[in-house]
Structures are given as structure tokens and as C-alpha cells.
Design a protein around this ligand. Structure first.
Ligand code: SF4
Length: 215
């Protein structure tokens, strides 16, 4: 079943959508990176959903829209979409707390740059307090040099920050998954080894999944 939310928006904005028995939340089209493989460069969305937002949803609009759904039928609710969710960290935290108050499983899909995007905040503690169950982090390369070439981050030292973010999440006991996009430039074996060293699950995404971040 296709779900689209149309309330309170200038045009048909998709702020959540259904796939893989999950519900995905599309908070923003902004990002702190510009990955060469990002689907934003090639399409308007995934699975036939146009994920371009004419307006970013507020916490109240999002919760108001989710309230009408039977959320218990989904495996998990996932912050993802056509942009980086932690650019809207306060919305992620508030909506996660609301979902967890109903015992709904919640995952964050992220580029792992939250500490650079939101300097001075203890992001992992805040996510843990909100009740986040798991985090999927796009690592995308086995070295900083390749990461910078492929992901073109806005912030300096982003690769190190991403690795730290994963380590901190594991230290806090949050389940983590490291993902890479299957492009010829990267060494999948080395990335898998890195994921193992980071005590994280490992997932290879097809190029067509890039930026949808789900599965
Ligand atoms: S693939 Fe993800 S991290 Fe990279 S530019 Fe797109 S939304 Fe940002």
C-alpha cells in the first residue's frame, strides 16, 4: 500500500512512505555531504515517491500525520529520506521519544556527521535518551582520501568524525550497521574489516539504493 501525506503542504510532499515492511520518514532534503552517487543528483526519490520537499515538516506536523496510522504493523520506523536527518536533530529526538512511548522500534539512517552538523552537543547521549534502537551509518570508504573524493563532505575531518560517531554509538550500547555503496572505487573487503573492527554489522547497498538508505 502506498502512503502519502498531503496535509498542510503547498503541494504533495511525501514526509513518510512505506517499503520493506518499514515506514520511512523524509525530514529534509539538506545534507552535509554531496556524494557522487547520491540519488538526489539523478532522481527525485525512490520507489516512485517524489521525496523533494516544498517545506520541511515540523515535529507537530509529523506526529500529527503519524498519529492516524497503525504504526504497530511496521518492523521499524526509519529516519532517512532524501537528505541527512540529523540536520534536524531536534525533530529526530522529539519524534523518536514519541514513537518509543508507544513501544515502536526506531532506526536512524545517517551519514554519521551529526557531531559536525550539531557542534557542542552530546549526540549519542541524546539519541540514547530518546530511545533510538539502532543506527545505520553510511561509511562508504575504507580511507579518508576515498571518503572525501566520494562523499565530498562540507566539514573538514568528516571521516574521522564518522568513525568516532560509530565508536560512541557502540560504546553506548546502540546497535550499529555500517553501509557502503557498491562502486568500483572502494575496497569492499577492507570496508567489511573496518565494520568488524567497529563491532558493527555490514551492509553493501546497490548503487540504485544510494541515498534512499533503506533496507
Ligand atoms: S548519499 Fe546520503 S550522505 Fe550522501 S549526499 Fe546523499 S543524502 Fe547526503
Amino acid at each position: 500500500m502506498v502512503i502519502r501525506n498531503v496535509r498542510n503542504f503547498d503541494r504533495m510532499d511525501t514526509i513518510y512512505y512505506e517499503a520493506h515492511k518499514n515506514l520511512y520518514i523524509n525530514l529534509t532534503n539538506r545534507c552535509s555531504a554531496d556524494c557522487v552517487f547520491c540519488i538526489r543528483n539523478f532522481a527525485d526519490g525512490v520507489y516512485g515517491y517524489n521525496l523533494r520537499l516544498s517545506k520541511e515538516p515540523t515535529t507537530e506536523e509529523l506526529i500529527g500525520a503519524l498519529e492516524g496510522l497503525d504504526l504497530s504493523k511496521y518492523r521499524e520506523i526509519v529516519f532517512t529520506g532524501l537528505g541527512e536527518p540529523t540536520i534536524r536533530l531536534d525533530v529526530v529526538l522529539a519524534v523518536t521519544s514519541w514513537l518509543k512511548s508507544q513501544n515502536i522500534r526506531v532506526r536512524l539512517d545517517t551519514n554519521g556527521q551529526a557531531t559536525l552538523i550539531n557542534p557542542g552537543r552530546d549526540i549519542i547521549s541524546e539519541l540514547k535518551s530518546a530511545g533510538i534502537d539502532s543506527i545505520s551509518i553510511s561509511l562508504n570508504a575504507e580511507s579518508e582520501e576515498k571518503y572525501n573524493k566520494l562523499c565530498r563532505p562540507v566539514h573538514k575531518n568528516a571521516y574521522g568524525a564518522v568513525l568516532d560517531f560509530i565508536r560512541q554509538a557502540r560504546k553506548a550500547g546502540i546497535s550499529t550497521r555500517v553501509t557502503v555503496v557498491n562502486v568500483p572505487e572502494i575496497n569492499l573487503e577492507k570496508c567489511k574489516k573496518l565494520a568488524d573492527d567497529l563491532d558493527s554489522d555490514f551492509h553493501i547497498r546497490a548503487l540504485s539504493e544510494a541515498a534512499s538508505k533503506e533496507v
